[in-house]
Design a protein around this ligand. Structure first.
Ligand SMILES: Cc1ncc(COP(=O)(O)O)c(C=O)c1O
Length: 495
């Protein structure tokens, strides 16, 4: 108990790079100009010159290297330790994926290179497409969407195109209250009204609520499975039957398929369309806005509507892009999505193989359940159900001392861990959502569990310690509202 993983930040009192600037200091050594030097003022106009040329700091190469190396020590990363953000699946990204993605023939390929010159690259895309189809049990795929939310939008647009072609004008998409927040956003952007479905006391879709809501006006049910409580929808076959019987389609948010691989397949339990988050499930790096990959997979009935181009094999047996797709919803991303992200995913799937992927999901589930059992005496479990890849606690016990989830999360930083997701899913007041992923070993999980137990003790004995945490990080508690609403992102010289 009370073991600290690490000191959180190497503090070097780093100044801004602009403050290191000294007139005339440079970080380059170029040959002398052997042509007349251009007169910038005559080219740009003397009035504009200060506005057009930014106020660059004048620094040496070593100044730059040290500055950014020190800054990088303030940033927590998966390479530094467990990153238990629930829903985000921050798993370790094996270096072999990176190595392959950087091969010249992969990273250096021009996206407009003729098909004949990039047969190997096209083969990689086709192989990945086929493997994803096998993993999910669906019939066809587009690898183009660059993020999970983009896959969702493409999926709902396909549902709309399919129904519209059949003369249907259904206007509503049903979304359980345990769904990921991007789901309603995608449905609305695709032109649907969203109706929220209440979960039952086990954290699953209530069949009664679904029966009542599933009218002739409903185009689809959009289901995150396993849901954001980490719970598998055990009535999925009944759910699919109700939706289909009333003429709707079943969309599955498959961002959490890292809990299902080799164990079950959405295509086998009635899903019509789904997306995957390769940047979560298949280990390509993510966070900070990408790049990601959110392939969208469909059953046969929706295949004509997939974004174009798809990769296929032509009559001569060559790999090619198929643009001849008259029913397609169109392009959702330039070229063919984030190619090197797709390569990383392929590398990960091939390196693991079928048995390996099954083990990935099994260990992800084991790790989440290990944490659940070890912390159940310290933290409230609002839905005490068997979980898959993540577990959601709440701050109910600590709230007796007027402590919020934020106080717990901030204190965890003093123990050298990135905090878990807090205040989500919305159906759990004071949620603490923990996703360890399969890449963590028992040693790191035990350190995390000890830290969480220690914090639960401190909540009883010294709540102020939590209230003012973090104490050991370089920057103490931030005003989160100001940071979100009025971020200062730009440096300006004080005159
Ligand atoms: C369940 C679920 N659905 C959708 C998304 C959206 O994915 P993205 O952030 O790539 O748009 C996420 C992201 O974490 C997710 O956890």
């Amino acid at each position: 108990m009370g073991i600290r993983k690490s000191a959180p930040h190497v503090t070097q009192n780093e100044r801004l790079i602009f403050d290191r600037s000294a007139p005339g200091r440079v970080g380059y050594d170029l040959p002398r100009l052997d042509v007349p030097s251009p007169n910038l003022e005559s080219v740009l106009g003397s009035d504009n010159i200060r506005d057009l040329i930014p106020d660059f700091p004048e620094v040496s190469e070593m100044d730059v290297v040290r500055h950014f190396t020190r800054l990088s020590t303030w940033n927590y990363s998966i390479d530094a330790g467990l990153y238990p953000l629930g829903s985000c699946t921050m798993k370790y990204n094996p270096r072999i994926n990176e190595r392959v993605a950087r091969f010249d023939g992969i990273a250096g390929t021009h996206p407009l290179a003729p098909e004949g010159l990039v047969q190997g690259n096209l083969e990689m895309l086709k192989t990945l497409a086929d493997l994803l189809i096998e993993i999910t049990g669906m019939d066809a795929v587009s690898l183009q969407p660059p993020a999970g939310a983009s896959g969702e939008l493409a999926g709902v647009m396909m549902i709309r195109a399919y129904l519209t072609e059949r003369g249907s004008s259904r206007k509503t998409v049903l979304i359980p209250d345990s769904a990921h927040g991007t789901n309603p956003a995608s449905a609305v952007i695709a032109g649907y009204a969203v109706e929220s479905l209440k979960s039952d006391s086990h954290g699953c879709v209530s069949l009664e609520a679904l029966q009542a809501a599933m009218t002739e006006d409903v185009a689809a049910l959009m289901l995150t499975n396993p849901n954001t409580l980490g719970i598998f929808e055990k009535n999925i076959l009944k759910i699919s039957e109700i939706v289909h019987r009333r003429g709707g389609l079943l969309y599955m948010d498959g961002a959490n398929v890292n809990a299902l691989m080799g164990l079950t397949r959405p295509g086998d339990f009635g899903v019509d369309v789904m997306h995957l988050n390769l940047h979560k499930t298949l280990s390509t790096p993510h966070g900070g806005g990408g790049p990601g990959a959110g392939p969208v997979l469909v059953k046969k009935i929706l295949e004509p509507y997939l974004p174009y181009p798809t990769v296929s094999i032509n009559a001569e047996g060559k790999y090619c892009f198929d643009f001849d797709r008259p029913h397609s919803i169109g392009k959702v991303k330039a070229f063919y999505g984030n190619f090197t992200t797709l390569v990383r995913a392929l590398c990960y799937v091939l390196a693991n193989g079928a048995e390996g992927l099954k083990e990935v999901s099994s260990v992800a589930i084991l790790n989440a359940n290990y944490i659940k059992q070890k912390l159940r005496n310290q933290y409230d479990l609002p839905y005490d159900e068997p979980v898959l890849h993540e577990v959601v606690f709440s701050n109910k016990r600590q709230a007796r001392h007027d402590l919020s989830v934020m106080d717990i999360a901030k204190r965890l930083m003093d123990y050298g861990f990135h905090p878990p997701t807090v205040a989500f899913p919305l159906i759990v007041p004071g949620a603490l959502m923990i996703e360890p992923t399969e890449t963590e070993g028992r040693e790191e999980l035990d350190l995390f569990i000890d830290a969480m137990k220690s914090i639960a003790d401190e909540a009883e004995t010294n709540p102020d310690l939590l209230r003012h945490a973090p104490h050991t990080t370089r920057v103490k508690r931030l005003d989160e509202v100001q940071a979100a609403r009025r971020p200062v992102l730009r440096w300006k010289r004080q005159i």
